[in-house]
Design a protein around this ligand. Structure first.
Ligand code: TPP
Ligand code: SF4
Ligand code: MG
Length: 349
């Protein structure tokens, strides 16, 4: 990034590479006011600013969905690739292998990841591709008007009364099982926790799977949902016809390790967040799986850094590549000279 064009005004806060927060912002959000996804974009902006990351070495990736639109709203100076629905992991894997000097951050949704993209997600996790993979989890397909997603809890209902009778996919439990080396869960309204998890994620090498419960204020607003706010609008209005988007205050929470925070959503429904104890050991895989299963049994979400395995080699390390990123290797290094090709052809005659 050209520092000369972004030199800070006197007295303004700058980070360790001399840039202001403004240098880390993206375009103006077109998502609904109050959508949890907007709060996450703000935290990503803050985290990259506070960590003093050079935005020119970051690649933002996504699939399709409201959540997948988010990379447009942060790190405007970074590279970006908006992939096909559910196909972000393969694009991210290609980018990470081609240029290992990039810091990759992907934003997906519970539909993009848990439904159409589940196969690609599985292989990204087991390869431990070095990237930050965020699932903005609202338990529904926000962009296509609120259908239940695979992370919707049993008993969740659609507005028309349809009840979800399928068990939810726990993407954190799956990621741990598959081999992701940093697995965490939070709530979009917990500014402190989301920010500190993102800062830790930026420092990690390997797959960071960060599941952030992020309410959809527009569609997932029914009583009984465990991942939603509702908004106040005419109840006779048919689902899918949005005549206005009301403003909501963001719900913010701040609670101590080891305690349970009940979050009352706009429609009166609740989510229960249990922050892991301060002395919780996130390096114990079996304990991490037990904590997730126990929280699910109680109808709660365990939040915090659930599992970390800092020493696990990432995919690029396993491939044993040359030191220089493949993308910047000179032609002479990657293309054999004519004489070598001729010798091969001769040997086959
Ligand atoms: C191949 C394909 N199938 C289906 C769709 C329709 N579609 C677009 S976004 C989406 C689901 C989005 O849900 P989620 O990933 O949870 O994101 P959210 O909008 O809730 O943030 C679907 C089914 C599509 N765009 N492409
Ligand atoms: S429809 Fe839901 S998920 Fe999409 S922007 Fe609006 S509140 Fe967010
Ligand atoms: Mg969703």
């Amino acid at each position: 990034m050209d520092k000369a064009t972004t030199s800070p005004a006197p007295g303004r806060k700058v980070n360790r590479i001399g840039l202001e927060m403004q240098a880390y912002r993206g375009g103006k959000s077109t998502l609904c006011a109050g959508c949890g996804h907007n709060a996450i974009s703000e935290r990503i902006t803050e985290a990259f600013f506070e960590m003093g990351v050079d935005a020119g070495r970051v690649i933002k990736l996504s699939g399709i969905g409201c959540s997948s639109k988010s990379p447009a709203y942060f790190l405007g100076a970074s590279h970006g690739f908006n992939a096909v629905h559910g196909r972000m992991p393969s694009v991210a894997t290609g980018a990470a292998v081609a240029n290992k000097s990039l810091l990759a951050i992907g934003v997906s949704g519970d539909g993009d990841t848990g439904a159409i993209g589940i196969g690609q997600f599985v292989h990204l996790m087991r390869r431990n591709v070095s990237m930050i993979y965020i699932v903005e989890n609202n338990g529904c397909y926000g962009l296509t008007k609120g259908q239940l997603s695979p992370t919707a809890d049993v008993g969740s209902t659609l507005k028309n009364g349809v009840v979800n009778d399928l068990p939810a996919v726990d993407l954190c439990a799956l990621a741990i099982e598959l081999g992701a080396s940093f697995v965490a869960r939070s709530f979009s309204g917990d500014k402190k926790q989301v920010l500190s998890l993102l800062k830790a994620a930026i420092s990690h090498r390997g797959t960071v799977m960060l599941d952030i419960i992020s309410p959809c204020v527009t569609f997932n607003d029914h009583e009984g949902s465990t991942k939603s706010y509702s908004y106040v609008k005419d109840h006779d209005e048919p689902l899918g016809e949005i005549s206005f988007v009301p403003f909501f205050d963001d719900i913010s929470v701040d609670y101590e390790p080891g305690t349970v925070q009940t979050v009352q959503l706009h429609d009166g429904s609740k989510v229960y967040l249990r922050k892991l104890e301060l002395d919780y050991d996130p390096t114990d895989k079996v304990e991490a799986q037990r904590v997730l299963a126990e929280a699910a049994r109680r109808g709660e979400f365990a939040t915090g850094l659930i599992y970390v395995e800092p020493e696990r080699p990432d995919f690029v390390a396993l491939l044993n590549l040359v030191d220089e990123p493949l993308a910047t290797l000179p032609t002479e290094s990657v293309r054999p000279p004519r004489s070598v090709l001729d010798a091969i052809i001769d040997s086959l005659r």
